[in-house]
Write a protein of this length. Structure first.
Length: 459
């Protein structure tokens, strides 16, 4: 066996373990890949169903084990149902529609969860004896959630029972646990009741020279509620009741979805980029746009080697660094990349070995009280108008001028001749240049999730 073949077999074998839990047919594909690479996987697939050959060939440029390790609910059926019916592997239109339906279904159930927690708050208040209540709901009716993680946890929960996996079944399980999606806390505050101003009389009367005691102040007790979204990590334990092995499987599913769907678009820097001379950008400010922008760089020597999950900030934290720029520029709070990376990790936005889920951008914006709107590449005027109004725009870019894989950048202004100013979290040099809008639009991710590839963020 040649050294190249040994390396391929070793790489396949290191990944195949997780695929063994996706059902007998999928395990056969994984075993074929371990022994014979892509060709071995195709052969094993052919033994199970000739209909699987076409979708495997359609995605043969991706590692076959990634395909074997994908949650089948995304595709309707993993490699088809034995008929000529298009599926999410062989037909992009089907994939996009499946994803839209899944996101819509999860969003609807999360809205039901909000109604449920509001009803629980009403019940608690009725028994509290307090005079009135206030409810802090930072989510409104639009909650940012990680669909990849939820889908992956559901499929891991099904374990070897792959044939029963379906979108409807997943939604039924979530709906049955809607009381676990949100929680609330409260504090009781005693406040003075403002006195009613006395109505002025139009009659002329003699002045009253007697001294009256001011009325005694009255008070009331306000119960102040705060709603919290429990998050995907909580769901793993309380909704899906995953074992440690199933949690690992869910993590592997989610990583593979990220690779296939481009939701994260592998944001790791190349070895050459990461090995660049460490510099410090302490105190760097850009003042040539409508908004003064605080600049941070993920490769700054102060935090380049600090951890983002189990990865490094320098190698993978362009998303947290971009949001450090946005939050530090649009709010009164200074949030550096280590702070934002830790927050992203704790709130489920870190994607091991791939960077960050796209939901990090709206999630962080909302957490810091900023407005955020998704925007597509077909709306350049919205981007220009937003920048002219002093807003910032985060963009997820694919291979081109800014990255060889995937990369978050911040659009921070427009020049007089209509070019775009950027704050690139991995390149101060690119941040000093102005860019044609056509480059920004053409190289923005075509498969961005969570409202992207552009997010308009303001106060």
């Amino acid at each position: 066996m040649s050294e190249e073949n040994r390396q391929q077999q070793s790489s396949a074998e290191s990944t195949v373990a997780g695929a063994a839990k996706t059902g007998k047919a999928i395990a056969s594909i994984a075993k074929g890949a371990a022994t014979g690479g892509a060709h071995g996987a195709a052969v094993e697939a052919a033994k199970s169903s000739k209909k699987w050959i076409i979708p495997i060939v359609a995605v043969i440029l991706l590692p076959v084990l990634i395909i074997a390790m994908l949650p089948s609910v995304i595709f309707g059926s993993l490699f088809g149902d034995g008929t000529d019916t298009p599926n999410g592997i062989s037909d992009d239109t089907v994939l996009v529609q499946n994803l839209a339906d899944i996101n819509s279904g999860i969003s609807m159930i999360l809205s039901e969860g909000l109604n449920d927690v509001l009803a629980r708050i009403d019940s608690d208040f009725a028994a509290s004896g307090c005079d009135s209540k206030e409810v802090n709901n930072p989510f409104g009716s639009d909650v940012v959630f990680n669909a990849n993680a939820i889908v992956s946890q559901y499929c891991a929960y099904k374990d070897t029972d792959a044939t029963s996996i379906s979108k409807d079944d997943m939604e039924s399980l979530l709906a049955a646990n809607k009381d676990k999606l949100y929680s609330f806390t409260y504090t009781d505050e005693v406040r003075e009741v403002p006195s009613e101003p006395e109505a002025e009389s139009t009659e002329t009367v003699a002045p009253d020279t007697t001294t009256e005691e001011p009325p005694e102040p009255t008070y009331e007790t306000i119960r102040v509620y705060t709603i919290s979204y429990n998050g995907e990590a909580y769901f793993a334990d309380q909704v899906f009741h995953l074992s440690d092995d199933q949690k690992l499987l869910a993590s592997q599913y989610a990583q593979n979805l990220t690779v296939l769907l481009g939701d994260g678009v592998y944001q790791g820097l190349s070895e050459t980029e990461f090995s660049a001379l460490g510099l410090s950008y302490d105190g760097v400010i850009f003042s040539d746009g409508e908004t003064q922008v605080v600049y941070y760089n993920q490769l700054d020597e102060r935090w380049k080697y600090e951890l983002y999950g189990t990865d490094t900030i320098g190698g993978y934290a362009c998303g947290p660094t971009a949001m450090s720029i946005v939050v530090s520029s649009l709010t009164s709070e200074t949030v550096n990349p280590p702070h934002m990376a830790q927050w992203a990790y704790e709130n489920g936005y870190w994607c091991s070995g791939n960077g960050s889920y796209h939901s990090l951008i709206p999630g962080a914006a909302e957490a810091w009280g900023l407005s955020v709107e998704g925007c597509t590449a077909t709306e350049p005027q919205r981007i220009v108008d937003a920048l002219a109004d002093g807003k910032l725009v985060v963009a997820i870019m694919t291979k081109g001028h800014f990255t060889s894989s995937g990369h978050f950048i911040v659009l921070r202004g427009c020049t007089a001749d209509g070019k775009i100013l950027v704050a690139d979290p991995s390149s101060y040099k690119r941040s000093e240049k102005s860019w044609d809008m056509s480059i920004i639009l053409n190289e923005a991710s075509k498969r961005a999730g969570s409202g992207g590839p552009f997010w308009i963020i303001g106060n």
